[in-house]
Design a protein. Sequence first.
Lengths: 343, 343
Amino acid sequence: MAANRRPTLADVAREVGVSAKTVSRVLNEDGPASARTREQVLAAVARLGFQPNLMARNIRVGGPDTTVGLVIPDLGNPFFGAVARGIEDTVGVRGLTLLMGSSADDPDRERALTDKFLARRISILMVVPSVGASHAHLKSHRDAGLPVVFLDRPGAGLTADSVVSTNRTGAHDGVAHLVAHGHRRIAFVGDLPTRLYTRRERLAGYREALREAGLPDDPALITNAHDQHGASAATARLLERADPPTALFAGNNIAALGIVTELARSRRKDVAVVAFDDVPLAEALEPALTVVAQNPEEIGRAAAATALARLDGDRSRARTVTVPTRLISRGSGEQRLAARHGA
Amino acid sequence: MAANRRPTLADVAREVGVSAKTVSRVLNEDGPASARTREQVLAAVARLGFQPNLMARNIRVGGPDTTVGLVIPDLGNPFFGAVARGIEDTVGVRGLTLLMGSSADDPDRERALTDKFLARRISILMVVPSVGASHAHLKSHRDAGLPVVFLDRPGAGLTADSVVSTNRTGAHDGVAHLVAHGHRRIAFVGDLPTRLYTRRERLAGYREALREAGLPDDPALITNAHDQHGASAATARLLERADPPTALFAGNNIAALGIVTELARSRRKDVAVVAFDDVPLAEALEPALTVVAQNPEEIGRAAAATALARLDGDRSRARTVTVPTRLISRGSGEQRLAARHGA
DNA sequence: ATGAAAGCGCTAACAT
DNA sequence: ATGTTAGCGCTTTCAT
């Protein structure tokens, strides 16, 4: 009940009547120990509730901890959960444990988290860079042998390995799908802030597809939304225009949720939609949602594989792994123009 | 480029020509330091890329680390992401950082993770208990003053604070909603393993509602599914029966995804559905999905508040906080029996 | 098979 | 304003 001091190795040793080193030997299965001593030590450990102080151990041993540190921007977005799962599956077989924390896409919090990880001497650092964050301070660590990998977006101020989706060609393919089905006014509903790497790339892909089709790039059709509600509002505004779009391209999964929700609310089935990144229940919608699916598990696995190779001594130049997206046509991209309200 | 030894406080001190303690003072803004010394130290720190070894610091200072450790069973389930967000929001204002890892619902991995957290002397431990895990080993830590909170499910072998949803009454209310709309054959599609606390409670609520309505408890209508695909398959099997249910109750969000996907695939709009736990796009479905919504952020916030109170010296008896669920009627629970295929 | 002493990187306590 | 000594809890090295 009282807040007692945690027992130490010495406490256990005293209890049994042996030296600290002997207890250490038993616990780490280092050196020999008589069966009797081992038993007594184990019993005392259990009795006192002794828990070795990993910090004290690591400070002496010197080597890095067996932890992989991951910084993600949003705990609620299942995309990053899937990435984390991919990482865990891959590093787990090497006995490494994944620990993660959220930056909330704030550079200061990202910095605080990475510093915390670094001070703990983690084995691998993985970061989904926040908008506006610099990573120059990681240079010395990487040079000292710490594998650093950027996920989903490239880092800034540091040349390091990174793993990203084919954002530009994926967006291009999604928009081209809409073009192929006769749409000429296609809106882009994307993230804030506009400096976000993935948004830039996807917007570039969108514009490429329009250009290839000889379609004008109407700035009025490019909107920003920082969350699901914002995407719904943006969708409503677009459709209220005198010259509304006939198709919508969602720049990310959250925007997709907002668009789909708003279309359902206003009972508009005549608007075509293609979304970047898959969402749960996409196939249960009417029409089912056509998406440019990312492969988050693979992004995680690729990042982990790269980092493990570095840990094994790979000193080659920093590389960028690109994980392909895949257009999954489920129907919503093929809504006929003829079906439009009042048209 | 080479894997050099990381610089230490002593290295910085030597570089500047002062004592280690002086560098320590500058870095921790402890005691005084002349402007000139401070500058030189800071410059050397930057030049050498010195990063204080938090472990060495903590071992000396003795106090707990400023970390909250959280163990969740599934990185991909957005429910736990939302819980984590609630925790982070609350502990963040106290300067604590949330770090989390996944047990994959495996007791051994849960134990390994908690041991890792404990060995790091975290300030607060939060666990979503895995099925079959025992938590007796946490007793000495809790007695030594470490706040331990179980989330979503109670722990085993240790009386500690816990925060759970009103699983039983929530399930009862969801099923009662179906009963009120005339359904007499209502199936339960739930988790494996059947020992899972939330499943047991929700199943009990389901049975209570049936009993109150004077309906028989047909074991053939209670199915198990361990993932979305399994829930789809279970749904298909139920509907192929000679005496199929007219309504389905989903025991969790994953089961809900499976049910809804299968109903969409087979174009069955005549089956009523109520799900425990909300899912994205629930309102965009046709019919929109009626759910017994949990409040994961609130679960996280309540857990964090409880733990912080313990940290502040609250030594009262362990308590269980119950976070209410809320029936959100969107339509799918009101599907008319009369609309059934071939009926 | 076991122990004693030194030291990992850092800071508390006491100098100066 | 700065330095010295001791020591956190553990492991290494070298004895025994």
